[in-house]
Design a protein around this ligand. Structure first.
Ligand SMILES: NC(=O)c1ccc[n+]([C@@H]2O[C@H](COP(=O)([O-])OP(=O)(O)OC[C@H]3O[C@@H](n4cnc5c(N)ncnc54)[C@H](OP(=O)(O)O)[C@@H]3O)[C@@H](O)[C@H]2O)c1
Length: 443
């Protein structure tokens, strides 16, 4: 591993193709025999620091259409939190099912799961049939894994019947020194970013792009009022940038003055601090309070000069969904990709059908959407939102922070990179965007 790292650090990434591939590497894992360790605890009490391990694992065999990548940096996504607390189900169920598909996918069905759905690094080897990428290419990887053997996915690869999220529903993820990906997950690393900055947008940036911008999602247009929940968080920090970039008007919901400040630094002007304003959409565990929906809607109108949101960018789920359906404008769209606070949503359907609103389900992004989202990063039109960087040894703490909502934007992890700040190959573009890239740092 040292030889590989030395070559990359010396700026000779192309040399890695000649160097031997290590037969083992360090990665962050969960263990199948610990899947029940948190039984009886509430979601909040489940501690990723108890279930995530850093250990040596064997390097998987490289198959057709695949690439083995030396991972310089990765990032924490909420899916690693879900994996680490074995909710809503243990990810070993995904690995088992995937393993049944073919002798090649059987490699994924192991008693350990190397997690992580983002990476920036250097291609070490490519398998048979890979022509678009070669050893030495500096890359980031999006996390869509598809087989495309059925017709379903050929208009939109997210509709493939064997669609999976790499590093969550497959093994050999990015929170490790090496990772195994399909070559059609690879995209060029943005040249002006460090390894840790380049590794951090992938999953959330692509998801927010499909959810908000793509015709497969809310198809946002100029002037749209977009209500963004968690506007300084993983998804929300990109949704806010897309709204501002695309001439829309974000209304950013956050939970502290610091987070409000971050939204202002991104250029947003309309901000709701949900904690300070004390919205309580549920009066008890089973009953929502429509008066609170109305108070929230009135506050949005107050900020926008009377407009209701054309689009509600949803992901908190059960706690907010009733309010989201209520506040969307007549004919508006509620686009959802998650249910952080619970997936059994309740809303008053009269507000949906009588006002001709639509609910759209969205999930990650196809290769084209991920590529377009990465291109905006590479051109310096959308910026990474890294607030903190952890060494690989402290990944479990990083996941704990995200689980407890102690973070801002994205939290990155150095996997092979020995320090922060390495990997920039276009200093001029960097200099042009330095202040925007650093907006989230040390917050
Ligand atoms: N389907 C997909 O492809 C996909 C992709 C990415 C993520 N996701 C899911 O989307 C969710 C968010 O991911 P993320 O990376 O953005 O996480 P994140 O970085 O933790 O940000 C989420 C933000 O949402 C806000 N929030 C959390 N609970 C809330 C609640 N009960 N009410 C109102 N706001 C709440 C918080 O912001 P404030 O405290 O500032 O309000 C939090 O910072 C997770 O469940 C994740 O698994 C799905």
């Amino acid at each position: 591993m040292k030889q590989i790292l030395d070559a990359i650090l010396a700026g000779d990434s192309a040399a890695v193709g000649e160097l031997p591939v290590p037969d083992h590497y360090r990665g962050i894992t969960v263990h199948a025999d610990e899947s029940t360790m948190f039984e009886g605890l509430s979601t909040k009490e489940k501690d990723p620091r108890k279930s995530l391990h850093l250990e040596d694992v064997p390097t998987p065999e490289l198959g057709p259409g695949e690439a083995l990548v030396a991972v310089m940096a990765s990032a924490i996504n909420y899916n690693t939190v879900w994996t680490s607390i074995f909710e809503p189900v243990s990810t070993f169920a995904f690995l088992k099912r995937y393993g049944k598909l073919s002798p090649l996918t059987a490699r994924h069905d192991l008693p350990y799961h190397v997690v992580g759905s983002d990476l920036a690094g250097v291609v070490l080897r490519t398998g048979p049939g890979v022509n678009a990428w070669k050893p030495g290419d500096e890359v980031v990887a999006h996390c869509l894994s598809v087989e495309l053997e059925s017709p379903d996915g050929h208009n939109d690869t997210m509709l493939d019947s064997e669609q999976r999220i790499w590093g969550f529903e497959t093994n050999f993820g990015g929170l490790a020194e090496l990772a195994l990906v399909k070559s059609n997950q690879l995209m060029p690393k943005p040249e002006h970013l460090t390894w840790e900055e380049a590794a951090s947008p992938g999953l959330v940036n692509s998801t927010a792009y499909r959810q908000l911008v793509s015709a497969n999602g809310a198809n946002m247009k100029q002037g749209d009022v977009v209500l963004v929940w968690g506007a300084s968080g993983g998804l929300g920090s990109y949704a806010t940038q897309f709204a501002l970039n695309g001439g829309a008007i974000p209304v950013c919901v956050v939970s502290s003055p610091e987070k409000a400040e971050i939204c202002r630094a991104m250029g947003a002007e309309l901000i709701i601090d949900r904690s300070a304003e004390g919205y309580k959409f549920w009066s008890d565990e089973h009953t929502q309070d429509p008066k609170e929906w109305k108070r929230f809607g009135a506050r949005i109108r107050d900020l926008t000069g009377g407009d209701d949101p054309d689009i509600v960018f949803e992901h908190p789920g059960r706690e907010t969904f009733g309010a989201s359906v209520y506040v969307a404008r007549r004919g508006g769209t509620i686009v959802t990709c998650a249910s952080t606070s619970g997936y059994m949503h309740e809303y008053d359907n009269r507000y949906l059908w009588m006002n001709l609103k639509r609910i759209i389900g969205s999930h990650f992004a196809n290769y084209r959407e991920a590529w377009e989202a990465n291109r905006l990063i590479a051109k310096g039109m959308v910026h990474p939102t890294v607030s903190r960087v952890y060494p690989l040894e402290e990944t479990a703490q990083a996941a704990y922070d995200v689980h407890r909502n102690l973070h801002q934007g994205k939290v990155a992890v150095l996997t092979l990179a020995p320090t922060e700040g390495l990997g920039i190959s276009n200093p001029e573009l960097r200099a042009a965007h330095e202040p925007q890239i650093n907006r989230f740092r040390n917050r």
